[in-house]
Write a protein that binds this ligand. Structure first.
Ligand code: GLN
Length: 383
């Protein structure tokens, strides 16, 4: 006999839209510009390094906070890029991807009844993690079509119950950025409060038009209450390796690690050693802005004469296209039809909103070989 009354802890949560659309792409043999992952090979040198460390016997549990070589390397990277020091011993933890880091950060601090402000469209893992901890999600919409933050609204949402604000720059799914003034605003409204800022910066190196990544680690006051999250899956085109990190002042990191140790204990050992070596050379990631800007341009130039309208994109590897000139269908309906009838899989933006906002826009991942992008664009131009 099976149990006949399971009360779901996440009754309103279905399967992630990334899994849904990627599955759909496979099922219909479509070009997959939906889920965000590259279709080109990763660095052969990096693969060699993983293999080297495996053969050298680095195959047992890593220390709970991560191998010290990698924590040292991450510390150096933030020192170099943002002139911001994190102590490898007490302020840096290597995680099994950014998703796990986000989950541990939310779980470590959000209690029943605490409010957490998120900005919609929001990455899909934030709200379920908050709800599992009994937190209440407060949502402020980024302003369409530039997806700037609504400062006035955010300010009025803050209450004594606000435990955390989650920000994400460069922003998935919109490709917008938080500028220096935005970060100063977040800093200003949280100073002298007990609010923790969770700053999802997984696309930190994927930034275009000569813009600078405004990491929370750059702002002295903000840094004192922030947990910064990164992902080597994004930086080294290896999303399947699920290796990321969290940075925070020691008093926050101490609590973060209490959760981290029981979610995963430690992440993959040989990958950590390999990345520790590889990330030492800044040229292994400083090329990424130019590299992905070129891909963005290959894609947007190739669709510019189509009926899709190209929205602005300053970072990440996602391009939003507005299809309102083509159809009134909902984003999900059109994304599905585009996959089935035209063989191009994308991601609707509406699932990134609780109330399923419809702006007639779809997200296309351009972390693909140029020929994949051109092939997809050719189809889009015929629609
Ligand atoms: N972050 C990736 C995206 O936005 C997907 C991650 C996932 O599948 N969970 O497409």
């Amino acid at each position: 006999m099976i149990i006949n009354s399971i009360e779901s802890k996440l009754p309103n949560t279905g399967t992630s839209i990334f899994a849904v659309m990627s599955g759909f792409a496979v099922e219909h043999g479509a070009i997959n510009l939906s889920q965000g992952f590259p279709d080109f090979p990763i660095s052969a040198e990096l693969i060699e390094k993983v293999s080297y460390f495996m053969k050298k016997g680095k195959n047992q549990y890593a220390p709970m906070p991560g191998v010290v070589e990698l924590r040292n390397a991450i510390s150096k990277m933030f020192q170099l890029n943002h002139n911001s020091f994190y102590n490898p011993a007490t302020e840096i933890t290597v995680t099994a991807g950014a998703t796990q880091a986000l989950f541990a950060a939310i779980t470590a601090f959000v209690k029943i009844g605490d409010e957490v402000i998120i900005l919609e469209p929001a990455y899909d893992s934030y709200a379920p993690a908050i709800e599992l901890s009994g937190g209440i999600v407060r949502r402020s919409k980024l302003l369409f079509p530039d997806y700037k933050i609504n400062r006035q609204e955010i300010e009025t949402m803050i209450s004594p119950k606000t435990k955390m604000i989650i920000i994400n720059t460069p922003h998935n799914p919109t490709g917008s950025l938080l500028e220096k003034e935005d970060m100063e605003f977040i800093q200003k409204i949280t100073t002298d409060t007990n609010i923790i800022v969770l700053s999802d910066e997984v696309y930190e190196h994927l930034i275009f038009e000569g813009k600078q990544h405004q990491s929370a680690s750059r702002f002295a006051e903000l840094k004192k209450r922030s947990i910064v999250i990164g992902s080597f899956g994004k930086t080294f085109h290896a999303t399947g390796w699920k290796t990321g990190f969290a940075l925070a002042p020691d008093y926050l990191m101490k609590e973060f690690r209490k959760i981290h140790q029981f979610v995963v204990f430690a992440s993959n050992t040989p990958v950590q050693y390999a990345i520790a070596d590889y990330v030492q050379k800044p040229e292994n990631y400083t090329y990424l802005g130019e590299f992905f800007q070129k891909k963005r341009d290959v894609f947007t130039n190739a669709v510019k004469d189509s009926r899709f309208k190209v929205l602005s994109c300053y970072g990440t590897y996602f391009q939003l296209l507005d299809y309102s000139a083509i159809t009134d269908e909902t984003e999900l309906a059109f994304a599905k039809r585009l996959t089935i009838e035209h063989g191009i899989a994308s991601v609707p933006v509406s699932p990134f909103y609780k109330e399923g906002e419809e702006n007639r826009t779809l997200r296309f991942c351009f972390a693909k070989q140029d020929e994949t992008l051109l092939k997809a664009a050719e189809v889009l131009c015929r629609i």
